[in-house]
Design a protein around this ligand. Structure first.
Ligand code: MG
Length: 374
């Protein structure tokens, strides 16, 4: 592999860990971060958390675990092609969704409503809270004690009020500075991954049709090219061939445009990157096409009545659980009761609910509310 660019993050220019530890023997610091994330409890739970479809609805849909692995794959490829730190990109990508509640965005919105008067709930901040505090795996510290740049990449966005509470990590939101290029890559790799797999899952579930998707230029163009090259493919296989080409087109565009911006800004150090405008991005034309695809998914998939039915059920489950625990914290498992005493009952409840998988929260709801239930 070619050498890292001078403005890539590496062990030498990193701001390091909150608690200083001996250097790893056979790995880089960022490989160690990635390994800590893979071994965490929150990472394993991603297998049973969903984005659009509830976990038990079908075995073939993406879960947050497979989504995170897809994001890591895309982010690693882009980072490597730009001579950036692909271990860091991988670590951020694998951790980026750790803080998600059950039931995807519906769950997060519901928990945020419940927490409105208690500091709110935001999955992105929750991911950071997990790696900084909630994981209990090491004798010497709470959380995973990750490198500054990994934590910086996990914290994608944050309000000024919350940035002020985060010290060094929050400063860039107040100063208008950017995170590392590796972190910028993960944001866009996330978008490339979910737009494309939502097309795939949407078609597979029957909630979307190929005819509908042909109104989206990015899909239509690649579907036509796939048909020209392979006129006799089954529809299912042509869809895969189309999605493969869409991902490739997005990544290729991103690489060319980012290389152009980096050449124009000519950063020499990581600090130059932080002071520059966003250097990782699509061309304007591709950004517009990608936005059209997102808009299509919002209208036709995320607001499909069958998805909305699930969303409304999810909302009810989260609200019911939250209010039951806050009304009587003795119903919480002992570990969260202790947290309710030291921190606050609402925050401990939010942590408990956010950590649940889809099916665990459904079971817990049944345990609390169903008289004849298990
Ligand atoms: Mg994501």
């Amino acid at each position: 592999m070619s050498e890292l660019a001078s403005y890539a993050v590496d062990d030498a220019n990193s701001r390091g860990r909150a608690l200083v530890e001996p250097r790893p023997k056979a790995r880089s610091e960022f490989q160690r971060d990635r390994d800590r994330i893979v071994h965490s409890t929150a990472f394993r739970r991603l297998e049973y958390k969903t984005q659009v479809f509830v976990n038990h609805e079908g075995d073939l849909f993406r879960t947050r675990l497979t989504h995170s692995i897809e994001v890591a794959q895309i982010a690693r490829s882009i980072a490597r092609a730009l001579r950036l730190n692909d271990d860091l990109a991988e670590a951020i990508a694998l951790a980026h969704d750790l803080g998600h509640t059950p039931f995807g965005h519906a769950g997060q919105d519901a928990l945020n409503e419940c927490m409105r008067d208690h500091g709110g709930f935001e999955h992105n901040l929750q991911s950071l809270r997990i790696v900084d505090r909630l994981e209990e795996r090491y004798g010497a510290f709470d959380g995973l004690n990750l490198m500054f740049e990994t934590r910086e990449g996990i914290l994608k966005h944050c309000s000024p009020a919350c940035a002020r509470n985060l010290g060094e990590l929050g400063r860039r939101f107040l100063d208008g500075r950017r995170p590392s290029l590796e972190a910028q890559i993960c944001n866009l790799a996330d978008e490339i991954a979910y737009n494309n797999h939502d097309v795939d899952d949407g078609l597979r579930s029957g909630l979307l049709t190929v005819e509908q998707l042909e109104s989206v230029s990015l899909f239509a163009r690649h579907a036509a090219a796939a048909k020209d090259d392979f006129p006799r493919l089954s529809e299912r296989r042509r869809v895969h061939e189309t999605i493969r080409r869409m991902i490739d087109a997005l990544v290729t565009d991103l690489l060319a445009e980012s290389a152009r911006r980096i050449a124009a800004a000519a950063p020499r150090t990581l600090d130059d990157v932080r002071a520059a405008p966003a250097l990782i991005g699509f061309t304007d034309a591709m950004r517009a096409e990608n936005a059209a695809l997102k808009e299509f998914l919002r209208t036709h998939l995320y607001q499909h009545y069958q998805v909305l039915r699930m969303t409304s059920k999810a909302r009810r489950i989260i609200h019911d659980l939250f209010h039951a625990f806050v009304a009587d914290p003795r119903l919480l498992p002992p570990q969260y009761q202790r947290m309710a005493e030291t921190e606050s009952g609402t925050r401990a409840t939010a942590d408990y609910i956010a950590g649940m998988t889809d099916r665990y929260s459904i079971k817990e709801h049944r345990r609390l509310f169903s008289v004849g239930g298990p």
